[in-house]
Ligand binder design. Sequence first.
Ligand SMILES: Nc1nc2c(ncn2[C@@H]2O[C@H](COP(=O)(O)OP(=O)(O)OP(=O)(O)O)[C@@H](O)[C@H]2O)c(=O)[nH]1
Ligand SMILES: [Mg+2]
Length: 464
Amino acid sequence: MNFNSIQSANSDTIAAIATPNAAGGIGIVRISGADALNVAARIFVPKSNVDILRSPGYCVYYGHFHNENGEKLDEVLCTIFRAPKSYTGEDCAEISCHGGLYITRRVLSEALAAGAKLARVGEFTERAYLNGRIALEQAEAVAVLIAAHNESALKAANTALGGALGEKITALANLIAMSSADVAAWVDYPDEDIPEPDSAGLLTLLQPAQAELAALLNHYENGRFLMEGADVVICGRPNTGKSTLMNLLCGTEHAIVTDIPGTTRDVLDATVRLGEIPLRLADTAGLRDSDSIVEQIGIKRAHERIAGSDLIFAVLDCSKPLAHDDKELLETCAGRKGVIILNKADLPQVIIADELVQYGKPIVRLCAKTGNGLDELRTVVEDLLGTADFDPNAAVLISERQRKCCAQAQANLAEAIAALQNGVTLDAAQILLDDALNALLELRGQTATEAVTAAVFSQFCVGK
Ligand SMILES: Nc1nc2c(ncn2[C@@H]2O[C@H](COP(=O)(O)OP(=O)(O)OP(=O)(O)O)[C@@H](O)[C@H]2O)c(=O)[nH]1
Ligand SMILES: [Mg+2]
């Protein structure tokens, strides 16, 4: 299938530093485009007397990078790829120099002086997409792969990059297209002898397709937190041990801990990993009525974080009776993902567990001081975020954009199915089928507008 039907690749030759903006062992400057080998030949002299312009590709040459006066500036390797067998699908040269910031930038500036243009963020991958090397969902998989924080995200990105998601979406799109075409033939050519499509037959095809889209959406929810991480707010009355829990999860004395209620005022952020899941933690001010303006501001910020979080850690001191402020917090958590953490489990338990049952949240007994109970907290969090059910080796949606396209297709298909079941005219069902089809084609980039693709590639780094 051809993915470049709506846009054509740019003819400029582009260059950028592909390695991080820091000193390292090796720095790589990447050059891509019709003139890439000429640009490389102007700044690179191979040690052996080969002409790199005649390189068959997939070849590495040892030599020197020099300035326009022929002055040697570094000992480098130059790797040549010939179109279409390169990352971008174009002629490419990669110059691997010593990884100092100055020398790497110097190679780039000489490449620009030799005729290349500075690449935009993500432009190499964008070209791979525009040249039909990869579909849009595979380009997004590259970004997920680079951003991966754990094994699951890495596997999911590789699964998508390998084409599993694309194959599934294309199969569903083909099925919907065939159903729509059957209806269209009958609607559009009433004078021909085309038999009326049988609604029951259409339903046997479309219902499983809709179930597959629903399963994909479900699976995305399970994997989302593994790939993107979750915003977690640690909240509760003063002195319940929130900052101690923050420090336990960080593995450092990040937050100030004292036995003075109201120690934490500002929101303190840190990103940690609990099991495989990246958690963006926010330790917040203790919730209580306070006359102090500073504390009031802290409490207001705590409430804002509670409202915007994916998951709430409601920390209670189990050695104290359930207080009004505890109850208020637990009521705020209604309908949200949350864990009641009964902290200070090393002290005699005064709080009555039965009083907590009504809030319908899992309860974890924890000693934040020693870490006892942390394994249980991890299991409960995995359960709440659904990550334990995530299979990164199965076809999986890996971006919010993909989720939206899939949800759109699923909603259109559900409506089309309802229309067929209710005996609504077939032309109305056909419009819904076409909408579902368009959403799936957009997911793969086949009907994506320039604004959509620009948004995708703007999330990349320079040099990728
Ligand atoms: N025995 C016991 N004490 C704890 C535990 N966790 C925290 N503490 C103590 O409880 C006190 C308050 O701890 P913090 O972590 O500062 O409590 P906080 O909820 O952040 O308090 P504020 O910032 O004032 O809202 C400190 O003296 C901690 O050492 C625990 O698991 N067991
Ligand atoms: Mg605190």
